[in-house]
Design a protein around this ligand. Structure first.
Ligand SMILES: *Cc1c(COP(=O)(O)O)cnc(C)c1O
Length: 714
């Protein structure tokens, strides 16, 4: 059975254990819960932050205040226990930090069959400063950041070793934990395995999930800082400093995402679109690889059904869906029975969730007989999420919100990172607008957005609004929680919604992707107002019989049926299992077998290619009849079976086509003629396709076609 270690800097399991800041942590928590539901042998590794992410207070003028109460472990709904050694003493892990020794204890959190280990440095043998290292999540100070990441990656690996856990697959959830690969190389080096071989062993058994195109999500440390923290560590990897740094060095600094990519055999983004965007991002690091060829896959995020589904709705599903619906949640057939739920039952249940949300938050609403249409917007106040987009034309919005007999209410919630000034300005602006006469009673903000508040909102509003600047929202998951609860999405076609929207299960804010973000905002706003005025509000207030908005309830059903089976973590973790874990486990074993035979062969082969590649040259390329190619290629010492030669051209739609060329003649030692033709090149004029020939080093042992990130073009 494959054993997986899942490393993440944050885990959002429950609001009683606030060691998460946003989507990344919630996703990790949901991943762990789904692994437990599916009986997948997974072990989580993270950090127990003594005070966690901050608690938010918003004062009357809209200023965000940051409170850091100690986490009360006794209040956690998941059992948490200190990990002890064979003598009953706390098991201490030692990590090197700037030449000193720092100790960490750990806690085991039990999530069904899955154990999550969380490290913490608040132990007596540490200096006072070191005891505070793990107090807060995402501290502003770079030194604390790198220390936490060394603890997570290196300390986490040492902890698993101390516990006798030998993972077959190592899953890095975002780059924060990527130092784990260096520690695993160090352990192999200590057994006498050469660095390049050790690197191949580690790479073969490691997968990496990247979560955002936003630069702030990718940690970068200066080389000076790396030298300070790793000065006494580099040599332990059995190689020189520059080679270690080369694994993560970009533009003169050490990039954790680059390290993660260099040390994994499979990389994925968190939605199809994000996979594509990530290719563009990584292309800068491997400019010889055409963007569509960059080896990045995608596994679209999902949410844990049991965590996010409201109680009342769950009871309704228990009544109307097949009895094992929860375990079969990734099967679309299970959900079709949602259509048979009587409209008024679904509507009454939704109204109960809505009232509960309003009651809990104590929101005062405009006086009407019926509950008004409520639109929710809750997420981290990062600027790319454009919380203020809906206020772009305040006059028009106030007319929309306060039309006679058709009131609309906006509810906002979210934290801005303590060092994100522009994010905090957004909160102040919304508070200001909520006091504005034009919006009084129609605009509300709820403080301290966390999982408990998120549940109330995704279950209790009518519409879930999402207006990020495309394509910055890698996936987004709050809209998936909303969909499960019959709350309708109105979202920019970004992240998961590009895949989820089917034309009739919610609303899409579609605008031509523009390089000009102001123009894009203008188009998106116009489309949002149009949808509200012409579609959303009329549909919600269209009541004929018994006050149940039939059209609306039908849309709720369509939304649940089409989205709930796909955007859940059962489907997601099954995808990870099939696409990433199973093949990587086999690969890792193969590379390590027979005293690392395959790994050392691959390492030697790559070194040979690297030292001979500069002499590979394409001296002549001819194109005939628009579809056949001939190239004269100097391979030097590189064997012709060890390269793939292709003609490559643009398909006119941001994609490429390829035609494989075969060696037809050897002109001289290491000098070949290659030829190939294809009748289905998808362009009329070959010159528009800008065709060229490339030579790529290949091996049957490589994880993908471009593992060496190298190619020579004609
Ligand atoms: C689901 C969730 C998120 C992530 O939502 P996005 O749609 O990705 O912005 C953030 N914070 C909390 C508390 C959540 O529950």
């Amino acid at each position: 059975m494959q054993k997986i270690a899942y490393f993440s800097a944050e885990f959002g399991l429950d609001e009683s254990l606030p060691i998460y800041s946003g989507g990344l942590g919630i996703l990790a928590g949901d991943h762990v819960k789904a692994a437990a539901d599916l009986n997948i042998p997974l072990t989580g590794v993270g950090i127990l932050y003594g005070k966690g992410y901050f608690q938010q207070r918003i004062d009357d003028s809209g200023w965000q205040h940051h409170l850091y109460p100690d986490i009360n472990l006794a209040a956690s709904v998941y059992p948490v226990e200190l990990v002890r050694d064979g003598y009953g003493q706390p098991l201490l892990i030692e990590i090197p930090l700037e030449g000193r020794k720092v100790f960490a204890k750990s806690y085991a959190v039990q999530v069904g069959s899955v154990t999550l280990y969380l490290l913490n440095t608040d132990v007596e043998s540490n200096s006072e400063a070191d005891r505070r290292l793990t107090d807060t999540l995402y501290p502003g100070a770079q030194d604390v950041r790198i220390s936490q990441e060394i603890l997570l990656g290196i300390g986490g690996t040492r902890l698993l070793t101390a516990l006798g856990i030998k993972p077959e697959v190592w899953h890095m959830n975002e780059g924060h934990c990527a130092f784990l690969t260096l520690e695993r190389i160090r352990m192999l080096s200590a057994q006498g395995i050469p660095f390049e071989t050790a690197l191949e062993v580690v790479k073969a058994s490691t997968v990496f999930t990247t979560h955002t195109p936003v630069p702030a999500g990718h940690d970068v440390f200066s080389i000076g800082m790396m030298d300070r923290y790793f000065g006494d560590y580099y040599w332990q990897l059995g190689v020189d400093r520059d080679r270690v740094l080369s694994l993560g060095c970009i533009d003169g600094a050490f990039n954790m995402t680059r390290l993660a990519v260099s040390t994994s055999s499979r990389v994925n983004g968190v939605s199809k679109l994000h996979g594509e965007v990530t290719k563009e991002l990584f292309h800068r690091w491997m400019p010889h690889i055409a963007i569509p060829d960059i080896p990045v896959d995608s596994v679209t995020n999902g949410i844990h059904t049991g965590t996010w589904l409201g109680h009342g709705l769950k009871e309704l599903f228990d009544c109307h869906l097949p009895s094992d619906w929860y375990l079969q949640a990734a099967d679309p057939d299970v959900w079709t029975a949602v259509r048979d739920i009587p409209d008024h039952e679904l509507w009454e249940e939704h109204k109960r969730a809505k009232s509960k949300m309003l009651r809990t938050f104590g929101l005062s609403l405009p006086a009407t007989d019926e509950l008004p249409l409520i639109i929710g917007f809750a997420r981290r106040f990062a600027t790319y999420k454009r919380a203020l987009l809906i206020f772009s034309d305040p006059e028009r919005l106030s007319r929309i919100l306060s039309a006679a007999n058709r009131p609309v209410v906006l509810v906002f919630a979210g934290k801005a990172h303590p060092s994100d000034g522009p994010g905090q300005d957004l909160i102040r602006k919304i508070v200001e607008l909520s006091h504005d006469d034009r919006f009084k009673g129609h605009v509300h903000i709820v403080e301290n957005y966390a999982m408990d508040k998120a549940k109330l909102l995704v279950q209790g509003v009518d519409v879930w609004l999402n207006t990020p600047l495309k394509p910055m929202e890698a996936s987004g998951t709050s809209g998936q929680k909303a969909a499960l609860n019959g709350v309708l999405n109105c979202s920019v076609l970004d992240g998961w919604w590009v895949e989820g929207y089917n034309g009739h299960n919610g609303w899409a804010i579609e605008s031509a992707v523009d390089t000009d973000s102001e123009l894009q905002a203008k188009e998106d706003t116009e489309e949002l107002y149009r949808l509200l005025e012409e579609e959303i509000i009329p549909l919600f207030y269209n009541r004929v019989e018994g006050n149940v908005p039939e059209g609306w309830v039908n849309l709720m059903k369509e939304s649940i049926c089409s989205l709930a089976p796909v955007y859940n973590t059962n489907r997601m973790v099954t995808d990870y299992w099939n696409k990433m874990y199973v093949p990587t486990s086999a690969r890792g074993k193969r590379f390590a077998a027979d005293h690392f035979e395959v790994a050392s062969r691959v390492a030697a082969y790559k070194q040979f290619i690297r030292s001979n590649w500069s002499r590979v040259k394409i001296s002549k390329v001819d194109v005939h009849n628009n579809n056949s190619f001939r190239a004269v290629i100097q391979l030097g010492a590189v064997w012709h079976q060890d390269v793939r030669v292709e003609a490559v051209g643009s398909d006119g739609h941001r994609g490429i086509w390829k035609v494989v060329l075969e060696p037809v003649q050897q002109l001289d030692k290491g000098l070949y003629v290659y030829e190939g033709a294809s009748s289905d090149i998808p362009v009329h004029d070959i010159w528009q396709a800008n065709p060229n020939v490339r030579v790529t080093p290949v091996s049957p042992d490589f994880a993908n076609d471009h593992e060496m990130e190298m190619a020579t073009w004609g």
